[in-house]
Design a protein around this ligand. Structure first.
Ligand code: NAD
Length: 254
């Protein structure tokens, strides 16, 4: 078997929430596998996005910066049209942008709930739809949604986040079936706790949980998630569809 099937040469990938953390690592990994990467995030993150693009360029890859707020749904079509106009095509979308509201459940407000679902589920769906409109006409495409191990299990004090990630797993299965006839695969990844700014203010309970319950007793590194994304984006994963791939070092298996 040739390992060429794991390469992404000639592919164009867009990653949301890519200024830092897992999205940054995914952008670097996709570029290193040969893809031309559109590194997107909120306007407020433009200098961090530029830094990721420079890092990719310095490593010999190709990247461009894009301002993309996944909750600005009325502007998504124009942003995706612009990406396709600038790059000629869009082969891979990684729906990575996500937020967490960490609060006791009795204190969750409607605004907290809406903010989490607007980014983690509503924004993800409309980015997938905007990308798929281009992919359908070409008869191929890859959409990879970053869910969480919490799509399949719970923890204390993260109710909206856990509900949103479980919904991402369900939505992934639905979209996979809706678009399979158009040559598009839709998969999700369920990371365990990863060392990123999202967990910068993690509670002592989470730290204890990681120490006691993670089979490896440590936070994962963003690169360990990124390599799974490269696989799902590659021709080698053509028959993988509607799947939630846990990258949690076996935590959920325990
Ligand atoms: P992070 O907070 O370090 O980065 C998230 C990025 O998303 C930021 O750059 C932020 O600017 C961007 N973002 C936020 N709102 C956005 C919006 N409306 N539009 C576009 N971009 C927006 O987080 P991370 O840890 O790198 O998480 C990335 C993804 O991985 C998220 O979906 C998260 O839920 C998921 N995840 C993270 C962990 C973890 O332990 N870190 C575990 C499981 C799943």
């Amino acid at each position: 078997m040739s390992m060429d099937g794991f390469r992404l040469d000639g592919k164009v990938a867009l990653v949301t929430g890519a200024a830092q953390g897992i999205g940054r690592a995914i952008s670097l990994a996709l570029a290193s596998a040969g893809a031309s990467v559109v590194v997107s995030d909120l306007a407020a993150k433009s200098s961090a996005v530029d830094a990721v693009c420079s890092e990719i360029g310095a490593a010999g890859g190709t990247a461009s910066a894009c301002e993309l707020d996944v909750t600005a749904t009325s502007r998504l079509a124009a942003v995706f049209d612009g990406v396709v106009a600038a790059n000629g095509q869009l082969d891979i979308l990684v729906n990575n942008a996500g937020i967490l509201v960490r609060k006791p459940t009795l204190e969750i407000t409607e605004d907290d709930w809406d903010r989490v679902f607007d980014v983690n589920l509503r924004g993800l769906f409309f980015c997938a739809q905007a990308a798929a409109k281009h992919m359908v006409s070409r008869g191929e495409g890859r959409i990879i949604n970053i869910a969480s191990q919490r799509a399949l299990s719970a923890s204390v004090g993260n109710a909206p986040y856990i509900a949103s990630k479980a919904a991402v797993a369900g939505l992934t299965r639905a979209l996979a079936l809706d678009w399979v006839a158009s040559g598009i695969t839709v998969n999700a990844i369920g990371p365990g706790p990863v060392d990123t700014p999202l967990l910068a203010d993690a509670s002592p309970e989470l730290e204890r949980d990681i120490e006691l319950r993670s089979p490896v007793g440590r936070r994962l590194q963003p690169e360990e998630i990124a390599s799974a994304v490269v696989y799902l984006a590659s021709p080698a994963a053509a028959a993988v569809n509607g799947h939630l791939l846990l990258v949690d070092a076996g935590w959920t298996a325990a």
